[in-house]
Design a protein around this ligand. Structure first.
Ligand code: FEC
Length: 321
């Protein structure tokens, strides 16, 4: 069983921020002002932990899959090669930095992989996220002459294990609230440009995740909000989380819990946009803002990934690989 775990990617060093940003902008280098602003955001959070978290997710997912698969169901006839550790192999590749998705797909082809399931550490489908991950895999497969069959888990916004994992972490915050019944619970996801969101699929999925978590916990006051809109001139979907905090304050809320349901991992958009920017907004408004802990590489999230991968793998003709 072969898996490609994908995530956004982050620069490891300051000098990598410019080429990383250029990649996000599809090859157009950022202006000095935009670059300085992004460098400042990384500086303020120290650095993004996204690469280590993605790597930890890949290793733990591989271990979880291997623990549930029969070890080498068919006898090995040749050396399994340096990258093989068990019947399940999890490769990881990221969208905008090393190891790029293309690098991971090439490694799979070199290892002789014939079938693979892809999954993204992002549960909601959008034209600017999952569709682009798929495109990057397909372009590399095309270049290599289609050495392997590929199936992608497109979305898992309503997976019961995912909802439960989120609910458990919101519950941790409920205990910290002074008046849980009077607090507002905001569920956020990355904004995308309006023109990429016209079919409403992304917004509906984010709303559904929020609703399922709210229902699980019987939350009285909850809503969705968007965060991290890009620095481009086009309109992005809103309202932004900071606007929602303004409204919450005007409506008389004193405590708000924010849960980034669109991001399983900690990274720039969680540490800067929520823990720094939204916290500053809340402080200015006199609101108490609590942020729900991210899933990262915790066992309950790994179990969700394992379940989704096994189901998708069942879609192959089950010849074994
Ligand atoms: O920790 C890190 O270093 C990386 C954090 C990070 C994640 C992330 C996830 C998503 N993005 C999505 C859409 C867009 C679109 C654009 C865009 C731009 C940026 C920039 C940075 C950045 N994103 Fe991101 N995103 C992260 C970081 N993103 C940095 C560039 C500066 C800026 O505009 O803020 C606009 C591209 C363009 O200019 O054309 C669109 C979506 C997700 C959630 C799904 C996923 O994780 O793939 C959607 C993490």
């Amino acid at each position: 069983m072969n898996v490609l775990l994908m995530a956004y990617g982050t620069p490891y060093r300051r000098e990598e921020i410019e080429p990383y940003y250029t990649d996000i902008r599809r090859g157009r280098p950022p202006s000095p002002e935009l670059l300085a602003e992004l460098e400042e955001r990384y500086h303020l959070i120290g650095r993004s932990p996204l690469s280590e978290i993605t790597y930890a997710q890949a290793i733990r997912l591989e271990a979880a899959l291997n623990a549930s698969l029969p070890l080498y169901p068919t006898p090995l006839t040749a050396s399994p090669g340096p990258r093989v550790r068990g019947p399940a192999r999890v490769y990881h590749g990221t969208k905008h930095w090393h190891p790029f998705i293309a690098e991971a797909v090439r490694a799979m082809a070199e290892d002789g992989v014939k079938q693979a399931v892809g999954i993204v550490a992002a549960p909601h489908f959008s034209a600017r996220s999952i569709a682009e991950y798929r495109q990057k895999v397909e372009e590399t497969l095309e270049e290599l002459g289609h050495p392997l069959a590929f199936r992608l888990v497109e979305e898992y916004y309503d997976h019961p294990g995912y909802i439960q994992a989120l609910a458990n972490r919101v519950l941790e915050q409920l205990w910290r609230l002074r008046e849980p019944g009077q607090a507002l619970f905001l569920f956020t996801a990355h904004s995308i440009p309006e023109k990429a969101a016209q079919d409403g699929r992304y917004q509906t999925q984010v709303r559904t995740t929020a609703e399922l978590v709210a229902r699980e916990l019987g939350l009285a006051h909850w809503d969705t909000a968007w965060q991290s809109a890009g620095r481009t001139p086009e309109p992005w979907i809103g309202p932004d989380v900071n606007e929602r905090l303004e409204e919450a304050s005007q409506a008389g809320f004193a405590e708000v819990v924010v849960t980034a349901v669109g991001f399983p991992s900690d990274h720039l958009e969680v540490f800067y946009d929520l823990d720094y920017e939204a916290q500053n907004t809340a402080a200015r408004l006199g609101l108490r803002l609590l942020r729900t802990r991210s899933l990262n590489a915790d066992p309950d999230y790994i179990e969700v990934l394992r379940d989704l991968v096994l189901r998708e793998w069942a879609g192959f003709a089950q010849k074994g690989d």
